[in-house]
Structures are given as C-alpha cells and as structure tokens.
Design a protein around this ligand. Structure first.
Ligand code: CUA
Length: 364
C-alpha cells in the first residue's frame, strides 16, 4: 500500500500543477482508507446483489446448488446425445440431388429392442432425479436445528416485511440481521414465515430457495450464511401494486457485531428534548395507530415498527435510501416514492414534517 503510494508520489512530483493534484488525491485516498478501517471491523457493508443460485453462500443454498448441477449435467448429456444423433441424421441422410436414389429408408416397426431402448432409460433417469430431489428436500426441511440456532419470525405485509426475534423481544422491519455461521461452529437461523394479508414469497437466492408466506399457515425455512455482507432478495409472488418494491435485505454479521446489534435494538430510543415537538406531532397526527415506537404511546401494528427506524439503511422496504431527502418526500406523501403503498398522504404541513423528520432521525 505505502509502496504504491510512494510510486504515485514520485510520478506526481515530476509533473507540475497536475502533480500536486495527484498528491492531493493520494493523501485524500490514504486518509479515507485510514478512517474507513474501523467501520470495516463493524458491519460488513458488501452488497451481495448478484441474485445467483450458482453462487451459494449458505448451507441449504449449497445443497440446492449441488442438485441443480446434477440435473443440469444429466440434461446436458441427454441434449448432446439427442442433438448429436439428429445432426448426424440430417447430414448423413440429406437429399443428394440428381444422384439421390429417391428410395425410402428401411421402415422399422414394432421392434421390441428399440421400443425398450427409448422408454426404459428415460424412466430410470426421471426416477433417479425424483429420488435425489426428494432426498434433498427432506434433508433441508427436516434439518435438526442446534440449540444455538437463532429464530426469526418473518411476517409478510403489503408491501413490507415484519421481522421479530422472539428469543430477544426485538421487532424490526425489512432489514433482517442474522449471525454468521462457519463450517466448524454452525449457527443456523430458523425462519418462521407467515402472512398478514395475501400470499407473498421470500427469496434470497444466495441463502436458500423460495418459500411462500401463506395467510393462516406457518412455513419454516432456515439459512446458514458463510460470508458477511448485505444479501438482497425480493418478494416472489405478485401481491399487489408495489410487489416489486417489497425488497429484502439480509445483513449477515459476525457473532459479536450481531450481539451488539441485538443489544442496541433492545434499548428504548434515546429521548431527545429537542425533538419533543416531533414526537408530539407523531402522536397527535395518529401515526401511532399504525406504527409502534417503544417508550411512547405509538403502538400500532399495521405498519413497520419505527423504534429504531434511523438505524435502518433504507425506507419503504428498500424503495429508497433512508436519508433526509427521501424521508421528507415520504412524510410529504408516501405515494410519491411508493405509489399504491398502504400509507396515505397525511396532509402534514411543512412545520409538522420538519418536526416529525427531526424526531424520526433520532430513533437510532
Ligand atoms: Cu409481497 Cu409480492
């Protein structure tokens, strides 16, 4: 790193004004590197946006990947045999112009050997694939959870995800923190999936296959990630106008970072006297009939829990970064960022928006 910097410095000093510019950039880059180092030791903000089943980073996703490889190899071999024979027949028995004898090839009918050859092997191949797939599904579904396993309840709503940690009494939304596992010290996370309204689908391809969230029914699945970072996923069942913006972020933390996150989520948010007005506006404008903020009278369950809203990176279930500009737009009218979402335009005045915005930004 330093060596590299010196090379750039000596190159830079040979030039004139442009040289000093390069030195400036180099120093700025170095300062940036130093200041970003402690952050890297906290949460890993690598975005794992490649939604790719061929790049699994979790135990059940790996098992699914192996089966998919087997199926693809079997299908590729069949394709090569059928395609090869077809190509051979097309070339070998093509029409040969004037010297073609115009005769039909021998007509084979009722040959038991040929009939058996093209029915028995395909049946055996299908039976083999069915057995392997059934065994894999069984292995994933009936996986024994160790006592150290984390438990999460995911409840699908139009158009957001309610996330509950029953062991820790923590409630959040849309951004799911789970602990990192390793092949030696396994810490899987079991997810119970339910729905509050219509059918939704939960899919983070690098962690596990798709699972439906069905009203009045409990599905379970589990993930066991081997790499930290932010995994992106989607709702996979058309559930309404904002189905495409029902985004999932699974944040995989190292065990100590995860414990710290849980601790911070258990605390009531600090009440800042400067934002009392915002809290008052939040309650009097009946935001609390839908949203919950621990330690206040807001205890609604129809919309995301906002107790630690400012600790989340996105708003509106991933529709936009959770920054001041987007939050202001959301408070002005949620239908601008997320048309068709179930939060109405509350007709707030600019003063009310400013007060509530300042309050929400303190909910770390
Ligand atoms: Cu929820 Cu699509």
């Amino acid at each position: 790193m330093l060596n590299h910097l010196y090379t750039r410095y000596s190159l830079a000093t040979r030039g004139s004004g442009r040289g000093w510019l390069l030195v400036g950039f180099t120093v700025a880059a170095f300062v940036g590197f130093l200041s970003s180092a402690p952050v890297a030791r906290a949460q890993d903000s690598t975005i794992r946006a490649v939604q790719n089943i061929f790049d699994p980073l979790s135990a059940p996703a790996e098992t699914l990947y192996q089966v998919s490889l087997l199926v693809m190899v079997v299908c590729a071999v069949i394709f090569l045999i059928v395609g090869g024979l077809l190509t051979y027949a097309i070339i070998r028995y093509r029409r040969r112009g004037p010297e073609d004898d115009q005769e039909e090839p021998p007509q084979v009918y009722g040959s038991a050997a040929i009939e058996l050859a093209w029915t028995v092997p395909p049946i055996l191949i299908v039976v083999m694939l069915v057995l392997v797939t059934a065994r894999t599904i069984g292995e994933i579904e009936h996986h024994q959870m160790p006592a150290a396993a984390e438990e999460i309840r995911v409840i699908g709503h139009r158009f957001w995800w309610e996330i509950r940690y029953p062991k820790h009494d923590v409630v959040t939304a849309n951004e799911i923190h789970v602990p990192l596992s390793s092949r030696t010290n396994r810490v899987p996370t079991e997810m119970v999936l339910e729905s509050a309204d219509v059918i939704h689908g939960f899919w983070v391809p690098q962690l596990n296959g798709k699972t439906m969230l069905v009203p009045n029914y409990r599905n379970t699945m589990w993930v066991e990630p081997y790499a930290t970072g932010i995994y992106l996923g989607n709702c996979t069942v058309l559930c309404g106008q904002q189905h495409a913006n029902m985004l999932i972020r699974v944040i995989v933390d190292k065990p100590d970072v995860y414990q710290k996150w849980l601790e911070s989520q258990k605390q009531a948010p600090a009440s800042d006297p400067q934002t009392q007005e915002g809290q008052k506006q939040f309650i009097t404008n009946s935001c609390g009939t839908c949203h919950t903020i621990q330690g206040t009278r807001a205890n609604g369950t129809f919309a995301p829990d906002l107790t630690h809203f400012a600790s989340r990176a996105t708003l509106g279930s991933g529709v936009a970064p959770n920054d001041e500009q987007n939050l202001r737009s959301w408070l002005k009218d949620p239908q601008i960022l997320k048309p068709g979402c179930l939060m109405p335009d509350m007709q707030l005045s600019d003063n009310q928006i400013n007060a509530i915005l300042a309050y929400l930004r303190t909910l770390k």
